[in-house]
Design a protein around this ligand. Structure first.
Ligand code: ZN
Length: 138
């Protein structure tokens, strides 16, 4: 291989690297944007949270319902939780969701999906590194 060609190949390799690093470091777990309405709490940015997690909005509702032990449903105004919860109580729960169900424990990347594995378990599948492991379902 000619030197010139080799340098070009290196250039191409380096072009790709900073982009990948940026994608990882740009990933931030969203902060919950919620308001209370009577005895209910509405998470207004559930679409943003679900997009970041690459999960269904209904999945997020189901998880929070389980975590908070109250009904939570998707409505036109957002994710409606029965009960009064402060933003400071909800954000750590969302963080926990990402830490457990979205971010791969092996490679720390968020490119994952869940499959129902039965017996109260999910199979966590990382699309970045290929890891698969069982986690408790919600
Ligand atoms: Zn991984």
């Amino acid at each position: 291989m000619e030197d010139n060609e080799y340098m070009k190949m290196l250039d191409r390799a380096f072009e790709k690297m900073p982009k990948l690093a940026a994608e990882v470091s740009d990933f931030k777990i969203p902060v919950v944007d919620s308001i209370s309405q009577g005895n209910k709490t509405i998470i207004r940015n559930v679409a943003q949270i679900a997009d970041k997690a690459r999960r269904n909005q209904d999945e997020i509702a189901r998880y929070l319902s389980r975590e908070l032990a109250v009904p939570a449903n998707m409505e036109s105004s957002g994710l409606v939780i029965n009960g009064k919860f402060k933003q400071e109580e909800l954000t750590p729960r969302i963080k926990k969701y990402f830490d457990t169900y979205v971010i791969c424990k092996e490679c720390k990347k968020p490119d994952s999906r869940l499959e129902v594995a039965g017996r109260g378990m999910f199979m966590f599948i990382c699309e970045a590194c290929g890891s698969r492991y069982g986690i408790k379902s919600y």
